[in-house]
Design a protein around this ligand. Structure first.
Ligand code: AMP
Length: 251
């Protein structure tokens, strides 16, 4: 696996494979089977696959959340090598934001709902970094998980609005045996909190009545950030201890 730390090196590599189809999987690291499923799909559908690991600070409105975000670069690199990923892009803030985040992508409507309500500026950071990454990597296809369904929808909208050439591929949510959506943040849960997180996933799927669901979550000391149905999909964000988890299911 090739490793690139500067934008210029990655672009040079991209130019050298100009006649090949390139799949791209952007991540923030602490890789788990959810990330790996995107990579597997990319490898099936493209000649080469590029993965990025970049903890994008501009999308964190909460400094503590950023400071405690799980990271395990050595293990991540080991797993990517095992999967025979073609190239890994590992930029730093200065590489991604030479303008110090002076220029930003802003969506005016859907980004203000759900996660946008309690995380001001979150999707500006997400869209800006994804625009930058897609411009640097110029992938044929880029892979995003339905776990972050609002993010996926906004990225699709951005790509369409700015006439970008990359095809955005949606990938299904990977869950553990108890039905909890895999997430890097799950690593921060204590055993008792993990049980609560699994109960959250179970209730989200099983309890058809939104009010009853809210009550049951609260009774179990699971703080509800939002619970909403949009276009036949139920979206939820909760806090368990200091960990904020999101999930969504089709209804
Ligand atoms: P992250 O590292 O959290 O930014 O995630 C990188 C990509 O992996 C995003 O497109 C996520 O939606 C996707 N992803 C994260 N967790 C899962 C999961 N459990 N199932 C499917 N995709 C996921």
């Amino acid at each position: 696996m090739k490793e690139f730390r500067s934008v210029q090196d990655l672009q040079q590599f991209r130019a050298s494979v100009h006649n090949r189809s390139v799949g791209f999987v952007p991540t923030m690291g602490a890789l788990h089977q959810g990330h790996l499923s995107l990579i597997e799909k990319s490898q099936k559908e493209n000649d080469i696959t590029i993965v990025s690991i970049y903890l994008n600070e501009t999308q964190f409105n909460d400094r503590k959340d950023l400071a405690t975000y799980p990271s395990n670069l050595e293990q991540d690199i080991y797993e990517l090598k095992q999967m025979a990923v073609t190239a890994l892009f590992l930029p730093k803030y200065q590489d991604m934001y030479p303008d110090n985040y002076n220029y930003q992508v802003h969506e005016k409507t859907f980004s203000q709902e759900l996660c946008g309500q309690n995380r001001p500026g979150h999707f500006d950071g997400v869209l800006t970094v994804v625009l930058k990454l897609l411009n640097i990597v110029e992938p044929t296809k880029a892979y995003f998980g339905e776990k972050d369904y609002q993010q996926l929808t906004l990225i699709k909208g951005m790509v369409e609005s700015f006439f970008m050439k990359t095809e955005i591929i949606a990938c299904p949510i990977q869950r553990n045996e108890a039905g909890l959506a895999l997430s890097s943040r799950n690593k921060k849960l204590s055993p008792q909190e993990l049980e609560k997180a699994e109960l959250f996933a179970k209730l989200l799927k099983q309890e058809k009545d939104l009010n009853k669901l809210n009550t049951k979550l609260t009774e179990n000391h699971i703080d509800v950030d939002y619970l909403k149905v949009i276009n036949k999909r139920r979206f939820a964000a909760v806090r368990i201890g200091s960990v904020r988890l999101i999930d969504n299911v089709e209804v």
